[in-house]
Structures are given as C-alpha cells and as structure tokens.
Ligand binder design. Structure first.
Ligand code: SF4
Ligand code: SF4
Length: 106
C-alpha cells in the first residue's frame, strides 16, 4: 500500500492526474488529491513528472496488520478446545419388551 503526499506546492497542473496509470488522483478544488492511493502501483511516475516537486510517494509498511493477524491467530488457537478422546460408546442392552400376559376375559 502506498502513502502519497501532495504538498502545498501543487499548482493544479493536472500532470499527475493525466499520467498516473492507476488513476489515483482527482482534482479537488484546484489541487490534486490521491483519492485512490490504495490502487497505486508505486511506479513513482507522478513524483518524477510533477513540475513542482509536490508529490512524495512512500511504500507504507504493513507491519501493523500483520502483527494483528498474528494476535488473532494466537487467540483462535486458544479458543480451540484441547483434543479430548471421545468417550467410547457402550452399547446399552436393549430392554426386552415385556409382554404382559394376556388374561382371558371370563
Ligand atoms: S503534477 Fe504536481 S503540481 Fe501538477 S497537479 Fe499533480 S501534484 Fe499538482
Ligand atoms: S506512483 Fe505511479 S501509480 Fe502511484 S500515484 Fe504515482 S503515478 Fe500513480
């Protein structure tokens, strides 16, 4: 993920808007704004082409999300119950249906 800074030197010439292959920039109130910085492919063409030297493109390290992922994984492992051996099913002897002796009606 890129972090893009357009500083106050921007004159709104639209060069970056026109050359960015990822259409990251949009003109807002006469200034270039990197509204789709997440789409940046870090080619740094904008940095090189801006006549005012107003653009700085950084490669933002994603340390924080990775660290969060690791924490989540640890928590998931904790949540999982320890493997227990299943209690063996013992077959209960079926109760024999006891038939009531039929009494003859007198
Ligand atoms: S190329 Fe530079 S001066 Fe031109 S609009 Fe983009 S940031 Fe502004
Ligand atoms: S570095 Fe390349 S992709 Fe990223 S904003 Fe600049 S011109 Fe666009």
């Amino acid at each position: 993920m890129a972090k893009i800074i357009v500083d106050s030197k921007c004159t709104g010439c639209e060069t970056c808007v026109n050359i960015c292959p990822a259409s990251v920039y949009e003109m807002i109130n006469g200034k270039s704004v990197p509204v789709r910085a997440k789409d940046c492919i870090l080619c740094r063409t904008c940095e090189a082409q801006c006549p005012e030297g107003a653009i700085q493109v950084f490669e933002e390290e994603e340390e924080q999300p990775k660290a969060e992922q690791k924490i989540e994984e640890k928590e998931k492992k904790k949540e999982k119950p320890a493997k227990t051996t299943k209690p063996q099913k013992t077959k209960k002897p079926k109760k024999k249906a006891t038939q009531k002796p039929k009494t003859k009606a007198k």
